[in-house]
Write a protein that binds this ligand. Sequence first.
Ligand SMILES: [Zn+2]
Length: 216
Amino acid sequence: MGYINIHTHSPMPNRNISVRSYQPGELEELDVSENTHRSAGIHPWYIENVDKSFNQLIEALEEDSLLLIGECGLDHVWGASQDLQESVFRKHIELSEKYEKPLLIHCVKAYNEVIAIFKEMQPKQTWIIHGFSGSQQLMEQLLDLGFYLSFGKAITNVKSKAYEVFKDVPLDRIFLETDDSPLNIRKIYEKAAEIKQIDVTELETCLVENFNKLFG
Ligand SMILES: [Zn+2]
Protein backbone atom coordinates (compact mmCIF):
# COMPACT_ATOMS: atom_id res chain seq x y z
CA MET A 1 0.00 0.00 0.00
CA GLY A 2 2.85 2.40 0.82
CA TYR A 3 3.26 5.26 3.19
CA ILE A 4 1.84 8.70 2.61
CA ASN A 5 4.07 11.64 3.44
CA ILE A 6 1.74 14.63 3.31
CA HIS A 7 4.48 17.22 3.67
CA THR A 8 8.15 17.03 2.80
CA HIS A 9 10.76 19.36 1.38
CA SER A 10 12.96 16.61 -0.04
CA PRO A 11 12.58 14.24 -2.96
CA MET A 12 11.54 10.77 -1.90
CA PRO A 13 12.97 8.23 -4.31
CA ASN A 14 10.75 5.29 -3.37
CA ARG A 15 7.24 3.92 -3.65
CA ASN A 16 5.81 6.21 -1.01
CA ILE A 17 3.19 8.77 -1.85
CA SER A 18 4.81 12.10 -1.01
CA VAL A 19 3.63 15.65 -1.31
CA ARG A 20 6.71 17.76 -1.85
CA SER A 21 6.38 21.39 -0.88
CA TYR A 22 7.90 24.18 -2.96
CA GLN A 23 8.17 27.93 -2.83
CA PRO A 24 6.42 29.23 -5.97
CA GLY A 25 9.75 30.45 -7.42
CA GLU A 26 11.13 26.91 -7.36
CA LEU A 27 8.36 25.64 -9.61
CA GLU A 28 10.02 27.18 -12.68
CA GLU A 29 12.92 24.74 -12.67
CA LEU A 30 10.90 21.71 -11.75
CA ASP A 31 11.57 18.26 -13.11
CA VAL A 32 7.98 17.31 -13.82
CA SER A 33 8.94 13.66 -14.29
CA GLU A 34 9.62 13.44 -10.57
CA ASN A 35 7.36 10.84 -9.07
CA THR A 36 5.81 12.93 -6.32
CA HIS A 37 2.78 15.09 -5.84
CA ARG A 38 3.49 18.77 -5.48
CA SER A 39 2.30 21.55 -3.28
CA ALA A 40 3.38 25.17 -3.33
CA GLY A 41 2.87 28.22 -1.21
CA ILE A 42 4.64 31.22 0.22
CA HIS A 43 6.06 30.17 3.58
CA PRO A 44 5.60 32.88 6.24
CA TRP A 45 9.37 32.85 6.84
CA TYR A 46 10.15 33.63 3.22
CA ILE A 47 7.70 36.28 2.05
CA GLU A 48 9.31 38.20 -0.78
CA ASN A 49 8.46 39.10 -4.37
CA VAL A 50 4.84 38.55 -3.42
CA ASP A 51 3.24 39.48 -6.75
CA LYS A 52 5.66 37.36 -8.77
CA SER A 53 5.29 34.44 -6.36
CA PHE A 54 1.50 34.53 -6.57
CA ASN A 55 1.67 34.69 -10.36
CA GLN A 56 3.84 31.56 -10.36
CA LEU A 57 1.51 29.88 -7.91
CA ILE A 58 -1.54 30.75 -10.03
CA GLU A 59 0.21 29.47 -13.14
CA ALA A 60 0.77 26.10 -11.45
CA LEU A 61 -2.86 26.05 -10.31
CA GLU A 62 -4.06 26.84 -13.82
CA GLU A 63 -1.98 23.89 -15.10
CA ASP A 64 -3.48 21.79 -12.32
CA SER A 65 -0.02 20.59 -11.31
CA LEU A 66 -0.51 20.96 -7.56
CA LEU A 67 -2.25 18.54 -5.22
CA LEU A 68 -2.69 21.17 -2.54
CA ILE A 69 -1.70 24.71 -1.63
CA GLY A 70 0.95 25.37 1.03
CA GLU A 71 2.74 25.52 3.11
CA CYS A 72 1.46 28.91 4.03
CA GLY A 73 0.17 30.36 7.25
CA LEU A 74 1.00 32.46 10.26
CA ASP A 75 4.08 32.40 12.47
CA HIS A 76 4.20 34.70 15.49
CA VAL A 77 7.79 33.79 16.30
CA TRP A 78 9.63 34.04 12.99
CA GLY A 79 9.17 35.61 9.61
CA ALA A 80 7.63 38.68 8.05
CA SER A 81 5.48 41.29 9.84
CA GLN A 82 2.14 39.99 11.07
CA ASP A 83 0.15 42.23 8.72
CA LEU A 84 2.05 41.00 5.69
CA GLN A 85 1.80 37.37 6.82
CA GLU A 86 -1.94 37.71 7.25
CA SER A 87 -2.59 39.32 3.88
CA VAL A 88 -0.47 36.67 2.14
CA PHE A 89 -2.24 33.89 4.05
CA ARG A 90 -5.67 35.26 3.10
CA LYS A 91 -4.66 35.30 -0.54
CA HIS A 92 -3.73 31.59 -0.28
CA ILE A 93 -7.16 30.90 1.20
CA GLU A 94 -8.86 32.65 -1.72
CA LEU A 95 -6.83 30.57 -4.18
CA SER A 96 -7.59 27.38 -2.25
CA GLU A 97 -11.30 28.11 -2.58
CA LYS A 98 -11.13 29.22 -6.21
CA TYR A 99 -9.10 26.23 -7.42
CA GLU A 100 -10.67 23.79 -4.94
CA LYS A 101 -7.43 22.62 -3.38
CA PRO A 102 -6.92 21.85 0.31
CA LEU A 103 -4.62 24.12 2.28
CA LEU A 104 -1.55 22.99 4.22
CA ILE A 105 -0.92 25.38 7.08
CA HIS A 106 2.16 26.35 9.02
CA CYS A 107 0.96 27.77 12.35
CA VAL A 108 3.22 28.85 15.19
CA LYS A 109 1.64 30.56 18.20
CA ALA A 110 -1.09 31.92 15.92
CA TYR A 111 -3.96 29.47 16.42
CA ASN A 112 -6.38 32.13 17.63
CA GLU A 113 -5.83 34.09 14.43
CA VAL A 114 -6.04 31.04 12.15
CA ILE A 115 -9.29 29.97 13.81
CA ALA A 116 -10.72 33.50 13.61
CA ILE A 117 -9.87 33.73 9.90
CA PHE A 118 -11.40 30.29 9.32
CA LYS A 119 -14.65 31.33 11.01
CA GLU A 120 -14.72 34.58 9.09
CA MET A 121 -13.99 33.13 5.65
CA GLN A 122 -15.89 29.84 6.11
CA PRO A 123 -13.85 27.92 3.54
CA LYS A 124 -15.24 24.86 1.81
CA GLN A 125 -11.79 23.39 1.28
CA THR A 126 -10.12 21.29 3.96
CA TRP A 127 -7.40 22.87 6.04
CA ILE A 128 -4.54 20.68 7.24
CA ILE A 129 -2.35 21.92 10.07
CA HIS A 130 1.11 20.55 9.50
CA GLY A 131 3.48 19.62 12.33
CA PHE A 132 0.68 19.89 14.86
CA SER A 133 1.83 20.21 18.43
CA GLY A 134 -0.83 21.68 20.66
CA SER A 135 -3.02 20.90 23.64
CA GLN A 136 -5.88 18.41 23.66
CA GLN A 137 -8.31 21.30 23.91
CA LEU A 138 -6.88 22.97 20.82
CA MET A 139 -6.94 19.66 18.97
CA GLU A 140 -10.64 19.25 19.77
CA GLN A 141 -11.43 22.80 18.72
CA LEU A 142 -9.69 22.29 15.37
CA LEU A 143 -11.31 18.91 14.76
CA ASP A 144 -14.75 20.38 15.50
CA LEU A 145 -14.13 22.92 12.75
CA GLY A 146 -13.19 20.15 10.31
CA PHE A 147 -9.41 20.56 10.25
CA TYR A 148 -7.04 17.65 9.65
CA LEU A 149 -3.85 17.45 11.69
CA SER A 150 -0.51 16.23 10.41
CA PHE A 151 2.18 14.93 12.74
CA GLY A 152 5.89 14.54 12.18
CA LYS A 153 9.18 13.99 13.93
CA ALA A 154 7.97 15.42 17.25
CA ILE A 155 5.92 12.29 18.01
CA THR A 156 9.19 10.31 18.23
CA ASN A 157 9.97 12.33 21.38
CA VAL A 158 7.98 10.98 24.35
CA LYS A 159 8.39 14.28 26.18
CA SER A 160 6.82 16.36 23.40
CA LYS A 161 3.34 17.88 23.34
CA ALA A 162 2.83 16.25 19.97
CA TYR A 163 3.45 12.80 21.46
CA GLU A 164 0.88 13.44 24.22
CA VAL A 165 -1.84 14.77 21.94
CA PHE A 166 -1.24 12.08 19.32
CA LYS A 167 -2.44 9.45 21.82
CA ASP A 168 -5.94 10.93 21.66
CA VAL A 169 -6.27 12.19 18.11
CA PRO A 170 -8.80 10.22 16.01
CA LEU A 171 -7.18 8.21 13.22
CA ASP A 172 -9.65 9.43 10.61
CA ARG A 173 -8.38 13.01 10.89
CA ILE A 174 -4.62 12.66 10.68
CA PHE A 175 -1.71 12.61 8.27
CA LEU A 176 1.98 11.97 8.83
CA GLU A 177 4.91 13.92 7.45
CA THR A 178 8.69 14.25 7.51
CA ASP A 179 8.77 18.01 6.76
CA ASP A 180 12.43 19.05 6.67
CA SER A 181 13.76 16.22 8.85
CA PRO A 182 15.95 13.53 7.28
CA LEU A 183 13.87 10.80 8.97
CA ASN A 184 12.28 8.16 6.76
CA ILE A 185 8.48 8.37 6.78
CA ARG A 186 8.47 4.67 7.69
CA LYS A 187 9.99 5.56 11.09
CA ILE A 188 7.17 8.02 11.75
CA TYR A 189 4.57 5.40 10.81
CA GLU A 190 6.21 2.88 13.14
CA LYS A 191 6.24 5.33 16.03
CA ALA A 192 2.67 6.43 15.33
CA ALA A 193 1.46 2.81 15.24
CA GLU A 194 3.28 2.10 18.49
CA ILE A 195 1.64 5.07 20.23
CA LYS A 196 -1.78 4.03 18.91
CA GLN A 197 -1.08 0.37 19.76
CA ILE A 198 -2.11 -0.82 16.32
CA ASP A 199 -0.34 -2.54 13.41
CA VAL A 200 1.49 -0.36 10.94
CA THR A 201 -0.66 -1.88 8.17
CA GLU A 202 -3.82 -0.73 9.94
CA LEU A 203 -2.39 2.76 10.15
CA GLU A 204 -1.48 2.63 6.46
CA THR A 205 -5.08 1.74 5.62
CA CYS A 206 -6.43 4.63 7.71
CA LEU A 207 -4.17 7.19 6.09
CA VAL A 208 -4.91 5.95 2.58
CA GLU A 209 -8.62 6.37 3.38
CA ASN A 210 -7.99 9.89 4.66
CA PHE A 211 -5.96 10.72 1.56
CA ASN A 212 -8.60 9.36 -0.79
CA LYS A 213 -11.32 11.24 1.03
CA LEU A 214 -9.53 14.54 0.48
CA PHE A 215 -7.96 13.97 -2.89
CA GLY A 216 -10.25 11.39 -4.51
ZN1 LIG B 1 7.62 22.43 5.94
